[in-house]
Design a protein around this ligand. Sequence first.
Ligand code: G6P
Length: 762
Amino acid sequence: MRLLSVRLIVSLIVGVALVSLCSSYYQVLMLKRGLRRDLQHRAEVLAESLAGNVERDLERDAQSTLQRTVEHFANREHLTGLAVYDVQGQPIAVTTSLEPLMTSAPAVVAQALKSDKGTDAFLRMGGAPVHIYALPLHRGEDLVGGLAIVHDASYIRDESLRIWRQTFLSALAHVFLIVLITLLIVRWSIAGPIARTAHWMKALRTGRAASARIKAPDMELFRPLAREVATFAESLNTARSAAQLEARLRDSSESMWTADRLAVHVHDRLADSRLFVVSNREPYTHTRRGKLIEVRVPPSGLVTALEPVLRACNGTWVAHGSGDADLETVGKGDRLSVPPDDPRYTLRRIWLTKEEEAGYYYGFANEGLWPLCHIAHTRPIFRASDWKHYQEVNRKFAEALLEEMENIVRPVVLVQDYHFALLPRMIKQSRPDARVAIFWHIPWPNPEAFRICPWQAELADGLLGADLIGFHIQSHCTNFLQTIDRIVESRIDWEHFSVQRLDHQTAVRPFPISVEFSDELAEPPRESAYEERATLLKTLGVEAACMGVGVDRLDYTKGILERFLAVESFLEKYPHYQRIFTFVQIGAPSRTHIKRYHDLQAEVEAEADRINWRFQTDKWKPIVLLNRQHSHEEIAPYYRAADLCLVTSLHDGMNLVAKEFVATRRDELGVLILSCFTGAARELQDALQVNPYDIDQTAEAIRAALEMPPEEKQQRMQRMRKLVREHNVYRWAGSLIGELCDVRLDVSAGSNERFRAGASVG
Ligand code: G6P
């Protein structure tokens, strides 16, 4: 570094000095030219004005007057003197001071007489620089002699020297200042960041960065480079963590799933085929923000689960293009490669009209099937027009999917959720060689509840087109088979949990979905839960010692109102917790075009206001409602800081908030209060399980959580963390795809050929 600085300084000095020299040279040259021109002009004007007088004196032969005239001009500024010569160059009158030097006419006078016009020259006389201007003198038409005006030109040289001196001094000052400023810039903006980056990279290389929490430095000027280094560092970190994890796995022989293991697994199972995923939500949304287009990954468990799979096997994801800038960001065939900054797989966007979206998504899926499958006492609404749109949109997706699968032998298709109950049959009818699974992310109710749907048979038939149907838990599988048993002609094999309809067999299995458990890759928190809680509550403007958290889409199935009532009951029963305990509810507005959801938002706000009004003080309130979409990164600090997390769904397929809370608690503290009506309750037996309809029971659970001895908290959390770590989202995807690839296809080679040629949707 020191050597670099010396080189830099020398180069700067040489460079700045050279530039200053050239510019001074030019300046002096210009000045000299100006002064000379000025002197020439002055001499010319003087000669012209004197010529008349001198000519008259010559005519009168007035030698003495002539001598007086030449003497008179001897004292003017810079004027050395005058001389008058006859045509032979003999002096007639010469200023006394010039006499010894100008005994005969200088060459310039002879030249002027010869050419009969004013001539000048800069020359040296008596060792000093002078300027002589010679003008021919006439009597009438005849040439009678010449007048020489002699100026002292040494001031021109003096002036040039003065400028040279000045320039030298200012160049010196420039050099000094520029070198100083450059060195400071180099130190602050280059050497400093480089040194910090080197320190950071060394920490990365030696593996200290993750553990010692050495953050990536801000590289200022080198931001583009910094981005590359950061990505590189991240890959390095991921690779190291994966290697460590592998080693740990080998060591403990745990059957743990990672993104890498899933990638290898899917790759092996697919062999030469391809994976296709269909879902309503897309993994990347393009939205307009002023003039810019922003790419967003929706905070969805489904996206977290399926992204690594798609990335690993270069598959295709077909989804509804719902972003307002989605259309302008697709390429040919409405496809684009994603992730945008590291393309690994294809996203095919499907466009829906407003009417289609209203009928299929808001109407049939979310006002019909959603409340039908969730027993939360909101009456399902079934409109024939919604059903029509639901069918049409399923067909639209099927057509697009068949187009994507053309020329792909034995494609593997994962259909997601209740938006596409008809899709499996549509696909299988055209492509019996495809392996099709549908995963139903919400509960399946008992047959009594399901039979109110006017199109129950059509839905059942559509689903039974699949080779595999997945639910979160066994009881949803059982409910499904019982429903099928009642509504369609089929043979149920209860031993193997499958359905035989005509000549097609559908397996029905539980695959409990989960979350990523990224302890090994994540940075440990900077603060303790206690410190983080104080910071968060301060930003929310509340003073409290204990904090609970709830994170949900604002949905009537989530039991948010029941939760608030439980908080109220708890504060009523245990008033000493007033001013001590605050409950933070993060509620993301959802499906707000539906009246029930719109009304719910207002109800939730009103209920929080009512309870707050009842208890709140200047600095404290019982409920803080954060009514907007929060990213994973924004939610994590609340999970880490909370004494307890409340999940009080009235009915829920799985509920990933419960698992996310557990996965986030690296400190092994924090208590989970979990509704017994969630799928997660089957696995997370160490949560405090409650019936959310029983307000007192939930209030008691809040007290129990806050007063639970730390050892018990830790033991419960350790067990839950072990479970979520082992049953993470990669295992979910791995088992689902593994099971689907094991399905025996009931298709002949002949029909394969037929489908490769391309058939339309039935
Ligand atoms: C449920 C569904 C998911 C869906 C989520 C968000 O959990 O099972 O498939 O992603 O709700 O709902 P939205 O209607 O916003 O996609």
